[in-house]
Design a protein around this ligand. Structure first.
Ligand code: C2E
Ligand code: MG
Ligand code: MG
Ligand code: MG
Length: 292
């Protein structure tokens, strides 16, 4: 143990820090084994067309079925995965799982769907990252344009050399690129022109602010106006109310995602939901009537 003895010395290990440190190390070790132990699962959340009647895509969202702590959301382990470098293996697993699932859905006629996978900006610095993405997609016989990667704005902020080239590599292979949580950082709208992206996803915080009797934020107006000006696809996430749906519709969004339509659900439930939404099936799928 190190004790504070003077103004330039610090108490390194308080008992609390020690516990925290051990917790972190053990979580990291468990995370390391989670793939081989098949403890990760993908949940899927639909994206619906603006008319709200058609599922156009699914976003894969990772869950960790921890043997002791139960089902964990990404918020409790993605940061650690990034810091420890385990994120690359996790993303490989997510991509392979999402693509193989998509291939199975296509086999039974559930085609014309896009699958979106979340990717951490830090992964763009790895040299073989792009090849691994394309390789995972083609391995399962999917058209590359059926796959979209979602990256947060942070990637654009790094402004690291080569980022544009890397994005262009993906675009040249047909893979779609979406900027997630858009509007939350110091995003210069200039990025929309500079980077080869297809889609922006308006952050949930803007959608949450949309309530009857309030005025639409000028920032939201600006984001939507610019995105449309550049011909980008616009998705709104976190849509929970009919009021939000109607407002976003009027503002000119293309697609929506949120609890109003469906929460993220396991693959087996997705299959039922998709089959019910096909023509000829009686649709159980209406705004806000899904119970899950
Ligand atoms: P995200 O990509 O922005 O995903 C949206 C999050 O909002 C999801 O949380 C989703 O369950 C939640 N959500 C969707 N609709 C609504 C709604 O109407 N209301 C509210 N309040 N929330 C809604 P989740 O699944 O816990 O994921 C959190 C974040 O973790 C994701 O944010 C994404 O950044 C990250 N993540 C998830 N899966 C992966 C993955 O496979 N790899 C990486 N690198 N990150 C992932
Ligand atoms: Mg996302
Ligand atoms: Mg988001
Ligand atoms: Mg997010």
């Amino acid at each position: 143990k190190v004790k504070a003895t003077g103004k330039n010395n610090y108490l390194f290990f308080t008992p609390e820090m020690n516990a925290c440190y051990h917790e972190r190390i053990s979580l990291e070790n468990e995370l390391r084994q989670a793939i081989s132990n098949s403890e990760f699962e993908l949940y899927y959340q639909p994206k619906v067309s603006i008319c709200g009647d058609r599922i156009v895509g699914l976003e894969a969202l990772i869950r960790w079925r921890h043997p002791v702590h139960g089902l964990l959301n990404p918020a409790s382990f993605i940061d650690l995965a990034e810091e420890s470098g385990l994120i690359c293996d996790i993303t490989d697993w997510v991509l392979a799982e999402a693509c193989s699932q998509m291939a199975r859905w296509r086999e039974i006629g559930l085609d014309n769907l896009r699958i979106s996978v979340n990717v951490s900006p830090s992964e763009f610095t790895h040299s073989d990252f792009l090849e691994r993405i394309v390789c995972n997609i083609t391995k399962f016989g999917l058209p590359t344009d059926a796959v979209e990667i979602e990256i947060t704005e942070n990637l654009l902020l790094h402004d690291a050399p080569g980022i544009i080239d890397k994005m262009r590599y993906l675009r040249n292979h047909g893979v779609r690129i979406s900027i997630d949580d858009f509007g939350t950082r110091y995003s210069s709208l200039n990025y929309l022109r500079k980077f080869p992206i297809n889609t922006i996803k308006i952050d949930q915080s803007f959608v949450r602010d949309l309530a009857a009797g309030t005025t639409v934020s000028p920032i939201l107006h600006a984001i939507i106006g610019m995105a449309r000006g550049f011909g980008l696809h616009l998705v709104a996430e976190g849509v929970e109310t009919m009021f939000q749906l109607e407002t976003l519709n009027e503002l000119g969004c293309d697609e929506m995602q949120g609890y109003l339509f469906s929460k993220p659900i396991p693959a087996a439930e997705v299959k039922l939901m998709l089959m019910n939404s096909l023509p000829g099936f009686s649709s159980q799928w209406h705004y806000g009537t899904r119970s899950s």
